[in-house]
Design a protein around this ligand. Sequence first.
Ligand code: AR6
Length: 174
Amino acid sequence: MALDRIDVIAADITTLAVDVIVNAANESLRGGGGVDGAIHAAAGPDLLEECKTIPGGCPTGEARLTHGHKLQAQYIIHTVGPIWQGGEANEDGLLAQCYRRSLGLMVGNNLKTIAFPAISTGVYRFPLERAASIALSTTAAFLTGDDRIEKVTFCCFGEPSLHAHEKALAGLTP
Ligand code: AR6
């Protein structure tokens, strides 16, 4: 069952002891604010050095793997969500692709547990409820076709995000 393998929690993603946490990065992979800044601060400067070795950074909708360095998580998947431009620039498709590519990369590296932040819902201004619905439905569909992933955690920062993700999870039919 896909839904049994999904958790929605409120936490600072840098504190989670999962195999891999996801970073809502930008295309340069040189760090930034928000969750990206928090992850770089907690992982330490070796993360930036490793990111600099990735050719071409990370285009929007793609995902790249690094080590977790000082984090409890073994690995970090850096993905770049779309900047909200009003909804007519394939933002929904690109956001869904971030989740699919991250889950695909995790499976390809034999990782079992993952935590996502609410990609694009901060600085990139994607509407929260719409993003949460895409995150949950895309993940549930992926899990239905894959029995290797043990747990996907949606790590929300703040009450509005927690409620949006809980509502989106409740809206999925088993
Ligand atoms: N743990 C979990 N979630 C967090 C944390 C944390 N420690 N800190 C913030 N969030 P954002 P974006 C939530 O802005 O919209 C960066 O500068 C936050 O409340 O981090 O994809 C990058 O370098 C929000 O719900 O990412 C890019 O330039 C969610 O994480 C740009 O921001 C995403 O907010 C990416 O923008």
